[in-house]
Design a binder for this molecule. Structure first.
Ligand SMILES: N[C@@H](CCC(=O)N[C@@H](CS)C(=O)NCC(=O)O)C(=O)O
Length: 226
């Protein structure tokens, strides 16, 4: 019989509200794949502002109206960090955080740099505001400035990293935050990764990993067909 935390028990119970290009949704997709958890994909089109207008139900899932949100049976969690920590406790297979306090703190520091000091500054509400007040060229400069600032810090933090992934030879929380940010840096915001050799090397390793491949924005059901 399937235990409460097994992938089989989660089947049919997990729903992820996601937007294909959202880096925060991308994080959660990687973790669900790593933990072998099947889920129903519920698209929320941010470009059509569905999180605010067309989909009134969404506010009940996340009062701040951002993706992602996860529904697991009767449990509703929004915010990718909270979702990842929930998945870690609820579905302990493929642990995302190491036991060692120093390595655990390093993972959380990486997650925090991406989640607090980079991504919020490239989020649509921030970009729309700048574009409205200034112009779209300023928006590009603003975004690239903040991504480069964060990547410079991450590159220094990971200097000398010789393991397959950022904090070891297994994928951990830091990697789950890093890859969606690197991916969007390259594909959306035109960041030159030659300035960040460690991050560029990690990106190549992630692209080889099936859990990361299946989580790619262009592989999601709501991605536009090219
Ligand atoms: N701290 C939140 C941030 C969520 C967030 O900013 N999501 C973006 C997409 S990555 C979003 O939904 N933006 C809404 C909008 O553009 O109006 C998390 O990690 O989940």
């Amino acid at each position: 019989m399937a235990s409460a935390s097994s992938p089989a028990a989660a089947r049919g119970r997990l729903k992820l509200y996601s937007f294909w290009r959202s880096s925060c949704s991308h994080r959660v997709r990687i973790a669900l794949n790593l933990k072998g958890l099947e889920y129903e994909y519920k698209p929320v089109n941010l470009l059509a502002n569905e999180q605010s207008f067309m989909f009134a139900e969404f506010e009940k899932l996340n009062p701040i109206k951002y993706v992602p949100a996860l529904v697991d049976g009767d449990t509703v969690i929004a915010d990718s960090f909270a979702i990842l920590l929930y998945l870690e406790d609820r579905y302990p297979q493929h642990p995302l955080l190491p036991q060692d306090p120093t390595m655990k703190a390093l993972n959380i520091q990486i997650a925090s740099i991406v989640g607090s000091s980079i991504q919020p500054l490239q989020n649509y509400p921030a970009l729309n505001y700048i574009e409205e007040k200034l112009d779209s060229q300023e928006t590009v400069k603003w975004t690239q400035y903040h991504i480069n600032r964060g990547f410079t810090a991450l590159e220094k933090l990971l200097k000398g990293c010789i393991t397959t992934y950022a904090t070891g030879d297994e994928v951990q929380l830091g990697d789950i935050f890093l890859e969606p940010q690197i991916y969007s840096g390259i594909n959306r915001f035109g960041i030159d990764m030659s300035n960040y050799p460690t991050l560029a090397r990690l990106h190549e390793a992630y692209m080889e990993h099936p859990a990361f491949q299946a989580a790619l924005p262009e592989k999601q059901p709501d991605a536009p067909s090219s």
